[in-house]
Design a binder for this molecule. Structure first.
Ligand code: ZN
Length: 297
């Protein structure tokens, strides 16, 4: 098989709210509800499984607008003694299991990784990134010394603060000819830092919110029970890959016949990510995610 067979489609998204994808609520330091991180880098991420789960629900909502689909299709397995149909766009795009048959989803999602992370500085918000993160999306030309920055925001040799860190600008940093999906005002305020610093800067600038714990039996606040939630902050830019399989290669009888059909189905979920969001505490103003594209600015 050629490489083109598995060529992914890359999507860029921006958080419109803090995003909380919890690890299951164990306590770490001062935070009660920590978020999922990448092994190795320790950077927060949105797992592909979370994107897939929400996308499935939202494609179900979108398809419901056209035609009644049974609720089992929304979960891909038997629900209230009803089996998923196995042929609708939701079943084929995201997979299903019945007693007779099982099909894996034609849409496969990578984890969403941070590309630009917002930090306060003396000149307002700036967005930090690293040579490695840029190289992972195909931009290889940049480097930066540890404990230094590259940015267009201050002159060469001058310092800029990222939170409490004061770092010297070693060179200009021009992203204007690349990454057309990313808003220009964010690219203009980009600051390149080393891997080592990036992890520190991100982990010390996460959103931490305190919320009252609600007693599930009475629906009222428990006395003095305050919980802290960690979250990826608003205006963080992340990216993920979607690999679409060709339904024609599998034994399915559906209106979803090609990779393009699969991609088209997945993209029906984006409006819902924009309004309903992803992850925990969506009812408390968390989770909305906007797709960035060249014509969305
Ligand atoms: Zn179905």
């Amino acid at each position: 098989m050629s490489d083109a067979e598995y060529k992914p489609t890359t999507y860029f998204v921006m958080s419109l709210d803090p995003i909380h994808i919890g690890t299951g609520g164990y306590r770490l330091g001062r935070v009660d509800n920590t978020i999922v991180r990448e092994a190795g880098t320790n950077l927060p991420k949105i797992p592909g499984t979370s994107i897939e789960g929400s996308a499935r629900t939202y494609v179900y909502y979108a398809e419901q607008e056209n035609k009644e689909i049974n609720e089992a299709c929304a979960v891909g397995k038997e629900l209230n003694k009803v089996e998923p149909c196995g042929i609708c766009p939701v079943c084929v795009t995201f997979g299903f299991t019945t007693k007779k048959k099982s099909l894996h989803g034609m849409a496969q999602f990578s984890d969403a990784r941070i590309l630009f992370f917002p930090v306060h500085s003396m000149i307002g918000p700036v967005w930090v990134t690293t040579p490695k993160l840029l190289s992972d999306i195909g931009i290889d030309k940049f480097s930066v010394a540890d404990e230094h920055i590259r940015t267009n925001l201050v002159d060469k040799g001058k310092k800029l603060n990222l939170g409490w860190l004061y770092l010297e600008n070693e060179e200009k940093f021009d992203l204007s000819s690349s990454l057309n999906e990313i808003p220009t005002d964010i690219k203009n305020k980009a600051v390149l830092i080393s891997e080592k610093l990036f992890s520190r800067v991100v982990n010390s600038n996460l959103e931490v919110r305190t919320s009252v714990s609600i007693d599930p039996r009475t629906g009222t606040a428990e006395d003095g029970a305050l919980f802290t939630y960690e979250a990826i902050p608003r205006a963080t830019i992340l990216w993920f890959d979607l690999v679409a399989n060709d339904p024609g290669k599998f034994d399915v009888d559906s209106s979803i016949k090609s990779k393009e059909d699969v991609i088209n189905e997945v993209e029906k979920s984006f409006n819902y990510f924009n309004t309903l969001g992803i992850g925990g505490m969506q009812t408390k103003g968390f989770g909305r995610l906007k797709r960035l594209s060249e014509d969305s600015k």
